[in-house]
Design a protein around this ligand. Structure first.
Ligand SMILES: Nc1ncnc2c1ncn2[C@@H]1O[C@H](COP(=O)(O)OP(=O)(O)OP(=O)(O)O)[C@@H](O)[C@H]1O
Ligand SMILES: [Mg+2]
Length: 431
C-alpha cells in the first residue's frame, strides 16, 4: 500500500460519519474528532452556516460536525443548521437551497462536511487523502427506482469530487459492516447483516470468514442485499407526529369567516417531522401564514409555540429532546419527554409500548424487507449462522426483536454500532 493509496474508509451517514484507516491485517484506526470537551469517532453529519462580515464584506462561514453544534448553541443570533443532508440525494425536486440569499446545491453542502472529514483525517494520519472507499445504502432515502439510486449515487460522488477527493469507490454499507464482523471471526459463517442508521435500514446475506478470504471471494459468496429508506429519522418523525405536533396545533381548528378549518395545513407538520426538511420552514411566507392563523385559531397558544419553534430555529433542540426520549426507551419501558425553551414547555410520559405502536408500520416494512431478502436468496432462517446488527437504530428493542423471533437471540450479535461500516470500508480498501 503506497501512502497515496492509503486504505481509507469513509462512512458518510445520515446522522453520523466516521473515517477509518486499515493499518495491516484486521487492525483499523479511527479518526478522533475533537470538540470542546473531548473527542468522538462519530462525527455528526450536520452543517451550521452563519452570515458574517469579514473585512467589511458579507460572507458565509460554515462549521460541520461537533463544532457546528457548539457554534450553533453558542450563537446569539442563530444561523442555519442543516441535518440529514444525505436524505436529499435522491430528490430531483430539491437540488439546492437558499442560504442567506445564495443558492447552494445539496452536493456543495455535503462537500463541506466531506472536506472537513478529509482535512481532519489528513491531520490525524499525517498524509494526504485523495482516494477513499465510501459506503452507500442499498437504497437511498426516497429512492423508488434503481434510476433514483443511480442519481443519488452520482450526486454523492460529485460531492466527494467538490470536497477535493480525486476518486472514490463505493461499497454497500451492510457489506462493509460484514467485513468488519468478518475480522472478528476464526471460522467461516453465512451471516445476515442488519445496519440500522438514521436514514436507511440495509441488509446483506453473505458468506464470510478467514477461509473465504484465503481462497478469494466469489460472486456466490454474496447471496443478496436489500434495503429500505427508513430508520431512526422515521422513528423520530413518529414521536413528533404523536407527541409533539398535537401540542403545536396539529389537529386544532381556526375560524375562517363562517367556517371552521384546520388551523395549520398538514404539510407544515410533515416538515417538522423530517429533520432534513425542518430548516426549510423558516421562511417569511410560512411565518406570515402562521401569524395570520394565530389570530383566528381556537388554541392560539399552540400556534404561538409553533411560531416560536420555527422563528428561533429550535429544530436542533427539538431533535435532541426526541432523541433523548427514544434512546431512554431503548433502555427502559417508560421515559419522560421534556422540551423547554422560554415560555414553551412540552412534557409527557411515554411508554415503550406507545413508541412501538407509533412505529409499527415502519417496523412492518423493515420486517418485510428482511423476509423478502431471505426469500429471494433462497435461504431459510435456520441456514443463517449468525446475524450481526449494527448502526445506532439497532439499539431499539423492537428492531432487535425482528431478529430474535426469526433466528433466536443466541444467534444475534451486535457491536461497533457507530463505526463498523467505516472499519469495514477501510478493510475492503486494503484488499
Ligand atoms: N440508544 C439508541 N436507541 C435508539 N436509537 C438510537 C440510539 N442511539 C442512536 N440511535 C439512533 O441511531 C441513528 C443514528 O445511527 P447511525 O449513526 O448508525 O446512522 P447513520 O450511519 O448516520 O445513518 P445511515 O446509515 O442511515 O446513513 C439516529 O437515528 C439515532 O437517533
Ligand atoms: Mg450508517
Amino acid at each position: 500500500m503506497t501512502r497515496d493509496r492509503a486504505a481509507i474508509g469513509i462512512d458518510f451517514g445520515t446522522t453520523n460519519s466516521s473515517v477509518a484507516l486499515a493499518t495491516g491485517g484486521p487492525a483499523v484506526q479511527l479518526v478522533p474528532f475533537a470538540y470542546s470537551s473531548g473527542t468522538t469517532e462519530a462525527f455528526r453529519s450536520l452543517l451550521y452556516l452563519e452570515h458574517v462580515k469579514e473585512r467589511g464584506r458579507a460572507a458565509i462561514k460554515s462549521w460541520s460536525g461537533p463544532t457546528a453544534i457548539e457554534q450553533y448553541l453558542a450563537a446569539e443570533t442563530k444561523g442555519r443548521l442543516i441535518q440529514s443532508l444525505k436524505s436529499h440525494l435522491s430528490s430531483r425536486s430539491l437540488t439546492s437551497t437558499d442560504v442567506f440569499g445564495q443558492r447552494h446545491t445539496i452536493e456543495a453542502l455535503i462537500a463541506r462536511i466531506l472536506a472537513d472529514l478529509r482535512v481532519q483525517a489528513e491531520r490525524h494520519f499525517g498524509m494526504p487523502i485523495r482516494h477513499a472507499m465510501v459506503g452507500r445504502p442499498v437504497r437511498f432515502v426516497g429512492a423508488e427506482t434503481e434510476d433514483d439510486n443511480h442519481y443519488a449515487l452520482s450526486r454523492l460522488r460529485k460531492a466527494f469530487q467538490i470536497a477535493g477527493y480525486e476518486s472514490v469507490d463505493f461499497e454497500m454499507e451492510p457489506v462493509a459492516a460484514a467485513y468488519h464482523y468478518e475480522s472478528t471471526l476464526d471460522h467461516d459463517e453465512l451471516i445476515l447483516i442488519g445496519d440500522f442508521g438514521g436514514g436507511t435500514s440495509d441488509f446483506s446475506l453473505l458468506q464470510v470468514g478467514p477461509g473465504i478470504r484465503h481462497r478469494g471471494r466469489t460472486p456466490q459468496d454474496f447471496l443478496g442485499n436489500s434495503g429500505v429508506g427508513l430508520a431512526g429519522d422515521a422513528f423520530d418523525a413518529k414521536i413528533v407526529r404523536n407527541l409533539v405536533s398535537p401540542r403545536l396545533g396539529a389537529g386544532s381548528s381556526a375560524r375562517s369567516i363562517n367556517k371552521v378549518l384546520p388551523a395549520v395545513p398538514n404539510w407544515v407538520y410533515f416538515k417538522l417531522e423530517r429533520w432534513h426538511h425542518l430548516s426549510f420552514l423558516r421562511t417569511m411566507p410560512v411565518l406570515n401564514m402562521l401569524n395570520s392563523t394565530r389570530v383566528v385559531a381556537f388554541e392560539p397558544e399552540k400556534i404561538e409555540a409553533l411560531i416560536h419553534l420555527i422563528e428561533d430555529d429550535l429544530g436542533y433542540h427539538l431533535h435532541a429532546a426526541v432523541q433523548r426520549v427514544k434512546c431512554a426507551l431503548s433502555l427502559a419501558p417508560q421515559a419522560e419527554f421534556c422540551f423547554v425553551d422560554g415560555r414553551m414547555e412540552i412534557r409527557a410520559s411515554v411508554t415503550r409500548r406507545d413508541f412501538e405502536e407509533w412505529v409499527s408500520e415502519e417496523v412492518g416494512t423493515i420486517e418485510g424487507c428482511v423476509d423478502s431478502l431471505l426469500r429471494t436468496s433462497g435461504v431459510a432462517p435456520g441456514d443463517v449462522d449468525a446475524v450481526f446488527l449494527t448502526g445506532g437504530s439497532s439499539f431499539v428493542p423492537v428492531v432487535r426483536r425482528i431478529f430474535d423471533t426469526r433466528f433466536g437471540a443466541g444467534r444475534v450479535r451486535c457491536g461497533n454500532e457507530f463505526t463498523s461500516v467505516a472499519r469495514g470500508l477501510a478493510l475492503k480498501a486494503a484488499g
